[in-house]
Design a protein around this ligand. Sequence first.
Ligand code: HEC
Ligand code: HEC
Ligand code: HEC
Length: 115
Amino acid sequence: MKKMIMGVLLVCLTAMIAFAAAGPDKVDLSKWVDGKPSKKAVEFPHAFHQEKNECTECHMNADGGPLKSIKTGKEISFDGAIKPRKMSNDAHKEFCWECHQEKKVPGGKSCSKCH
Ligand code: HEC
Ligand code: HEC
Ligand code: HEC
């Protein structure tokens, strides 16, 4: 009986870990823009980034949730926070560009990579 309970617990735990590691494959980040983007909306390859980085580089928690400013390490929300046509914005400066620069991603700041 004890063994069976332990077995069931183990299965639950494994399922929880598998679930926690999930997250969207791709995310349409046009929802970060307050209005209609002037550039092609960014489709963020999330699964790709999960393979190449630690969750907590971008999220406050290891299972996802709130995003983290790469620059300050503090919690940040981008939803509806980016003004259309504004090149100098937090998506670039606090997040995408900051890490791409740090990790020397080839072409990491070239417009067509993301837009
Ligand atoms: C390079 C940055 C980056 C990395 C690394 C990353 N994520 Fe994300 N993640 C994002 C972004 C950006 C979103 C979309 C946020 C939004 O919808 O505004 C997101 C969304 C999510 C979501 C869905 C929205 C939510 O918060 O519930 C989950 C779940 C998630 N990530 C889990 C993870 C897990 C688990 C890992 C590690 C295995 C991980 N992420 C690694 C950037 C990242
Ligand atoms: C924590 C670090 C980190 C952050 C934050 C980050 N990236 Fe990246 N990104 C990477 C790395 C590392 C690579 C390159 C990995 C490789 O080529 O091996 C990459 C590559 C890419 C690529 C190329 C994918 C491919 O198929 O070659 C795109 C597109 C991209 N990032 C978009 C974004 C966007 C958009 C954001 C912001 C929403 C973002 N990234 C934020 C680390 C990051
Ligand atoms: C590493 C990814 C990345 C690169 C490279 C990048 N951007 Fe962005 N940019 C974003 C994200 C993410 C947003 C906010 C979400 C969106 O617009 O879909 C954004 C938003 C914008 C916005 C405000 C929204 C709009 O479309 O009007 C402008 C303007 C912009 N970027 C211009 C540029 C220009 C010009 C370049 C090249 C010099 C560039 N971006 C390179 C990720 C990137």
